[in-house]
Write a new protein. Structure first.
Lengths: 285, 201, 574
């Protein structure tokens, strides 16, 4: 409990590095801007403190014309003359210009392409791991499509605490589907294509180490993807207030080698009851 | 407490005053905020309808003839309120009262017709919760109806004030009538957008 | 323009102090009321901070005073924590800072600064206050509603806000408060446009007046969409419509009965369409105050007055075009993200320009370090931290990680608390002599200043580290997330700093009330300032100026060469 960490969590996905690059370069810029301005600020405060017998010195462009109405300034003077008359004032914008150039460069060369790669497009890979993640108050249901790559259909009438997603086991697409609650396992170095849904309120799927975060909105099916590149145990949490137990809505994420993942998956398939008939929800309450 | 300055005179020259009276400027600014209010509702309507799997045609489920009648009523009431203003401008008290009363009558008629429409829908078991279409319909016409009620209150207030000499003679009275007229025209314009948007599309 | 036309009947106590139409009385009513609401919001935060630092432990001293549903055995419940959070945000923004910045300072000072005898609509001004107070009480009453207070964040996202308790009262209160605000905005705009004294052209208005003007435009145009959105949410809650509720919702095992067809994102867009301009409402008047105090205490005109005015106007316009930078992760289309990324970058330009002008104003000055000036100066670096931390949040890619973490909380608290509130405190020390004819005590002011600044940094700087570690916001139990454990120590630091901040307000509260009666008496213009509020008695009488002033020059004619004194008042005919 007495920990005072101050760094980003370990980076465990293929795009985590890109996101971390942005965070780092921005913070370097922010610290640099703050240090430079701060030094200048302190210098001014010391140099220009009130001293007996010393008067303040007005800037020469302070002779604000006594009576300029806004329409006059724009109808009588050409724009260039206007800029020239106010060149002293416009000096105020030089720091802006420098920061703006940096920002524009960052946006054009970094933010737009990386955003497009992470959020706008799903990567086109052969043989991805397909999942559907359905958030609800207060847990994450992880539904694997399995080797056939097809997610089994879900029916509201079949929803039951033993079958929280109402998966229709009678359908052949569901035969190789595994559903987990608050636990996700993924093979390392393989792209997982995920559809994010919610049953009730807005949640947000967040794995800090993957640098993945996406709101799960009821009524919407939102695609996201991740390619974990480091084995280990991580954490998935809900990052959007979803009710009184929002802070408890978390689960474990394990990134395994392909062999470990396959072995685990087979073992889960074996636990699915042979009979595909779901119990009648109405009877069990 | 009466105001501490005389607002019927300009306080300064063009550099320090807009040339428009306080009340008129105030009403226009208020209307700007009202435009934002109704624009939000119209935008929500567009968003919800575009995303909807299905949406009924307005003319199939709503009473277009009654709403057309209401449109005529409301437009006429905008004319009568202009007449009321003209009479007030001419200091014709009886004329003002007659035309303002006519405006009020038409406003009540609008609400009565609206009442018929709603009543018919409720009798069929239709409520705002029935579908998003009806949610939009009841909310937008309902909020518009509340604005009509507000206008009725203001107009009735002015009609009453015209019977009291201190108010009728007040230099600000004409400006108040004009302001009320501006607001009433706005309520009318909102209906002119609402009617086709809900009933004819 | 004197009050000759006004009958000289004696006003009753009710007319003079309760339902007064004098902008100065109304300004002070707003001042005291908003201070009280700020203390309430502060108290809620202090409760939350206990739970954050020591989750699951009983609240000390007062824990057992809470009803069992809220805090069984003195340990706060999840629902109670969430309501504290939602109400803290709501109260601070809508009942605290904005009424203080606009309703108190704006109301009192702005008409004086333009040489007006009062607001354009004094009775409507009174109505604004008398909607604000009941609206605020109604908002607080949500704590005693069955089910508890609103607990869906001040952002009230549906579907949660539709199914959670307390929200209906929240929505109804918002409608009342928005009405109050709209009436005020109209009043401010008409007053500024029409009631300026002769010679007070737009380019001679003090920056504070410009700031209030742009703020009033934002309030006028941005609040109605929230009002409409709130009506829709009320319809969803009370009449079970489905504006925001999609089909097939299953809540805690039961199907939600509703027609479906609605969209949660619709609320988010409408809410943020207001809430983004709202943050500039929080910031612009305080920035105006800082500019006034700096000009006065550097004894020279502001650097870049015109740049500052145009920047404020630009911020006002752009503020309507950036709202969805709060929604990058919301599920809206990615290309919208790019659009709002660009507009957000554009809005940073005038913001930086404003700060640059404030810093450059110091150059060449003869800086006096009195208590108001200390607050005004502290604003600059602290607001800058807030502004700079907005950069990684406003950038789509980095926001993926930082969204809804403590980094966001640090960002906006740096701007609003160590920015706006610091500036407003400075304004109190600065204008107190005008309101009460006496000065506040300087020693207590220094204690208040240094203690507050240190405490504020102590509360919010650690949150930057927590955010970088991925610690999510709005967590009842922050230790429930394993990745938060490495930074849990910072929660304790923040909590200690929060309690310290409370302690350092005590000298301020004592100073304020004590000085009202026992403060050192002052003259009309104790700061040797140039703007018109200092050209009338302290406090100004009804009608403000015995004779309407005529304005001859700009607002910051300090240290004009060849003149005997280093300040030349705007209405000085010599």
């Amino acid at each position: 409990m007495g920990k005072y960490g101050w760094s980003l969590p370990v980076a465990a996905s293929s795009y985590a590095g890109s996101i971390d690059f942005g965070i780092s370069i921005l913070h370097v810029a922010m610290l640099g801007i703050f240090a430079l301005w701060g030094a200048f600020f302190i210098y001014l405060l010391v140099k220009f403190r009130a001293k007996p017998g010393v008067k303040a010195v007005r800037e020469d462009h302070d002779e604000t014309p006594a009576h300029i109405s806004v329409p006059d300034a724009f109808s009588k003077l050409p724009f260039v003359q206007l800029l020239y008359r106010n060149r002293g004032e416009l000096k105020s914008l030089i720091p802006d210009a420098i920061i703006l150039t940096f920002e524009v460069a960052l946006i054009v060369f970094y933010a737009i392409p990386v955003w497009s790669r992470i959020k706008a497009n799903m990567p086109d890979v052969k043989d991805p791991v397909r999942l559907e993640i359905v958030g609800e108050q207060f847990g994450w249901n992880i539904h694997y499509a399995g080797p056939d790559g097809k997610l089994g259909p879900r029916k509201a009438e079949l929803v039951h605490f033993s079958n929280p997603l109402g998966l229709d086991r009678a359908n052949p697409d569901s035969a190789d589907d595994v559903v987990m609650g608050n636990e996700m396992r993924l093979p390392v170095d393989k792209t997982a294509l995920i559809e994010l849904l919610s049953k009730d309120v807005v949640h947000s799927f967040f794995v800090p180490e993957f640098r993945i975060k996406q709101d799960a909105v009821p009524g919407m099916k939102i695609p996201m993807w991740v390619t974990p590149n480091k084995t280990g145990k991580y954490e998935m949490t809900c990052a959007q207030l979803c009710g009184f137990a929002h802070s408890l809505m978390r689960g474990d994420v394990y990134v395994l080698t392909q062999e470990e993942f396959d072995a685990w998956y087979q073992s889960r398939l074996a636990t699915i009851p042979a009979s595909a008939q779901p119990t009648n929800p109405a009877e069990d309450f | 407490m009466s105001q501490t300055y005389n607002p019927t005179e300009f306080m300064g020259n063009a550099d320090t005053h807009s040339g428009v009276t306080n009340a008129k400027l105030g009403v226009w600014l208020f209307l700007a905020s009202e435009v934002m209010l109704f624009a939000t509702l119209f935008t929500s309507y567009i968003v919800l309808r575009m995303a909807a799997v299905s949406w009924p045609w307005g003319w199939d489920v709503l009473n277009v003839p009654l709403a057309t009648l209401n449109t005529v009523i409301l437009i006429t009431s905008s004319v009568t309120i202009v007449m009321a203003y003209a009479k007030a401008y001419d200091k014709d008290k009886a004329g003002f009262q007659m035309w303002m009363a006519a405006t009020l009558l038409l406003s009540f008629a609008f609400l009565v017709v609206k009442g018929f429409e709603y009543g018919h829908e409720f009798a069929l078991g239709i409520a705002p919760s029935t579908s998003v279409f009806y949610a939009v319909y009841f909310t937008m016409t309902g909020l518009h109806g509340l604005h009509i009620l507000g206008g009725i209150a203001v107009n009735a207030g002015l009609l009453y004030m015209s019977t009291v000499d201190e108010h009728w003679q007040h230099p600000l009275f004409l400006g108040r009538v004009e302001g009320a007229g501006l607001y009433w025209h706005f309520v009318d314009i909102v209906w002119i957008f609402l009617f086709p948007a809900l009933y004819l599309l | 323009m004197s009050h000759d036309e006004h009958g000289h009947h004696e006003l009753s106590f009710k007319e003079k102090y309760i339902f007064s139409v004098d902008h100065k009385v109304i300004g002070l009513q707003y001042l005291i009321t908003s201070f009280l609401f700020l203390m309430v919001g502060f108290g809620l935060m202090m409760l939350m901070r206990w739970q954050l630092a020591f989750p699951g432990t009983p609240i000390p001293l007062i824990g057992n005073m809470f009803p069992a549903e809220l805090a069984p055995n003195g340990v706060m419940s999840g629902e109670f924590y969430n309501s504290l959070g939602a109400m803290h945000g709501t109260i601070m923004v809508f009942l605290g800072v904005v009424p203080l910045a606009v309703g108190a300072y704006g109301n009192y000072v702005m008409p004086l600064q333009i040489g007006a005898p009062d607001m354009a609509f004094p009775r409507m001004n009174m109505m604004s206050y008398w909607l604000y107070l009941p609206g605020g009480i109604m908002m607080l009453s949500s704590f005693i509603m069955p089910g508890g207070a609103a607990q869906s964040g001040w952002t009230s996202y549906p579907p949660l806000s539709i199914i959670n308790p307390g929200q209906t009262v929240w929505l109804l209160s918002m409608v009342v408060l928005i009405t109050s605000s709209l009436l005020g905005a109209i009043n401010f705009l008409v007053t500024t446009i029409n009631l300026r004294a002769p010679g007070m052209s737009l380019w001679r208005m003090p920056i504070f007046v410009w700031a209030q003007f742009v703020t009033a435009v934002l309030l006028l145009l941005a609040f109605p969409p929230l009002e409409a959105a709130s009506v829709l949410q009320l319809m969803d809650r009370v009449f079970h419509t489905s504006f925001y509720m999609p089909k097939d919702l299953v809540v805690l095992g039961k199907a939600y009965a509703g027609s479906g067809g609605g969209q949660p994102l619709l609320w988010q867009h409408l809410f943020w369409f207001l809430a983004h301009p709202e943050v500039y409402v929080l910031v612009l008047p305080p920035m105006g105050i800082v500019a006034e105090i700096i000009a006065n205490n550097t004894r020279k005109p502001l650097h870049g007055y015109k740049t500052m005015v145009f920047s404020m106007i630009a911020i006002g316009v752009m503020s309507f075009m950036v709202w969805a930078h709060h929604m990058f992760i919301s599920g809206m289309s990615a290309s919208l993200g790019n659009f709002f990324l660009v507009t957000t970058m554009i809005i940073s330009v005038p913001s930086v320009a404003l700060m640059t002008c404030l810093v450059f104003s110091l150059k060449g000055g003869s800086i006096r370090y009195n208590v108001p000036m200390l607050f005004a100066l502290a604003f600059i670096p602290l607001f800058a931290i807030g502004g700079l931390t907005g950069l990684p949040l406003g950038m789509t890619v980095t926001d993926i990680f930082l969204h809804d973490t403590y980094y966001v909380i640090a960002h906006f608290h740096f701007v609003v608390v160590s920015g706006s509130i610091i500036a407003l405190m400075g304004g109190t020390y600065y204008w107190f002599p005008k309101w009460y004819g006496r000065k506040m005590n300087d020693k207590l002011g220094l204690i208040h200043f240094w203690g507050s600044v240190a405490s504020m940094v102590g509360i919010f700087a650690p949150m930057l580290f927590m955010g970088l570690a991925g610690a999510s916001r709005r967590l009842y139990d922050p230790t429930a997330h394993l990745h938060n454990l490495p930074v849990q120590g910072w929660n304790v630091v923040s909590t200690c700093a929060a309690y310290s901040l409370f302690l350092f307000q005590l000298p301020f509260i004592y100073n304020f009330f004590n000085s009202m009666w026992n403060g050192e008496k002052t003259v009309e213009n104790p700061w040797q300032a140039t703007t018109l509020e200092w050209a009338c008695p302290s406090p100004p009488p009804h009608g403000n100026f015995a004779k309407t002033p005529t304005v001859y020059r700009g607002p910051y004619e300090y240290s004009v060469p060849g003149r005997e004194t280093d300040f030349w008042m705007q209405n000085d005919p010599s």
